[in-house]
Write a protein that binds this ligand. Sequence first.
Ligand SMILES: *Cc1c(COP(=O)(O)O)cnc(C)c1O
Length: 465
Amino acid sequence: MEPQKLLSSIPAVNDIIHYLAANYPKTPDSLLSLVAREAAQKIREEVLAGERLSLKREDVFELASAILERKLQPSLRRVVNATGVVIHTNLGRSPLAREVMEAISEISVYYSNLEYDLASGKRGSRYVHVEEIVRELTGAEGALVVNNNASAVLITLNTLALGKEVIVSRGELVEIGGSFRIPDVMARSGAILREVGATNRTHLRDYEAAINENTALLLKVHKSNYAMLGFTKEVSGKELVSLGQKYGLPVAEDLGSGCFVDLSQYGLPKEPTVQEVLLAGLDIVTFSGDKLLGGPQAGIIVGKKELVAEIRKNPLNRAVRIDKMTIAGLEATLRLYRDKKEALEKIPTLHFLTIPPEEIKKKARRLKRALLRVCPEGVEIKIVKTISRVGGGAMPLSNPASYAIAVNIPKVSASRLEKKFRDNTPPIIGRIEDEMFLLDMRTVFPEEIPIMVEAFQRVLGDVYG
Ligand SMILES: *Cc1c(COP(=O)(O)O)cnc(C)c1O
């Protein structure tokens, strides 16, 4: 049909509203009218783009219903992470332990002593609630928590090096993703970047040669999401500390994913823990709360007492301050670290990182058995060996062995299957590998297995009608 004719066959916005009102009672008129207009507009665009060659009233009503249903659901929703990427930034990084959720819920539903000193009955500080336990766990003299690690780096640079030079190795001028780049953050902090060394090799003498009367800080940045192989050389934090001492300069390290437990005992690469980095003598160390630590989004700054106190006093601190729900969640997460065994069991990020492949295989077997029970002839369900990822810009070279369920439905492509599972409520996010749709069981909570079975049944219903 001609576009002009098709356009004139689009139902009036009022008719769409009437249709929606009949099918979605109790929905506010303003929302119905917004959705009706959006649906009519979308159809108009599709017609003009030549994407629709015929049009029925029902098509428009169906689209309007779909738009409305999407708007009636919360935008931020729970998903099932079957990607095998443990610290998946797009999927919310670290899921929290139950105990942590309970602490957050109590503090957010009731009043709290957020800035009230219960001993004196006077005004207190929100920072004390996590400061002490961070110091206890890391051995640091001083501690401060802020909104995230990006703000921790920003406020550290702004406090210690405003208008002055910060020396960084060229090999460590990383981009973390989401537009966090060390040179850009440095510029916005008001510090002046003084890059030294070559891309692949930086020597202690490079740092030393760059020191002048305007130098304020030596900075080391964790390479996080990338690695250098071959003819490389980097200067350790310890070496930088001795250079700093020689010239009376503080040394800071942006650790990215700070970790409190040595995960190399679980087959992961050796990463220095926050405690170890502090023992090397670093003056300031910053790291994330929701990467390897497995807590809520936060930035943690630890180090020398006077420097941390200076950072705390920076007026920018108010702009990057941590809120009470995060303080509750972070404190509860940190308390779990008092018993390392408990931390590894209860903090989901640590649990998923250290779970033995045999345990993952058990989850895969459970899912496979349940799927086979509802699986029609011709559909293939198998367990395949695969490789997970740590994620969150941590340990990019590590390939932890894992097991996934591969689903193969004849005549249904892996990408269509991926979309069908993604359209489920809750969405199930898998991945495609070698034209196969995979559900990596490393990051799946055992209680999510029935959800996956239901989703599978729904997908089969859609496909076979
Ligand atoms: C992840 C990361 C950051 C940013 O941390 P957020 O908590 O995401 O703000 C900064 N620096 C490094 C080296 C990182 O790995």
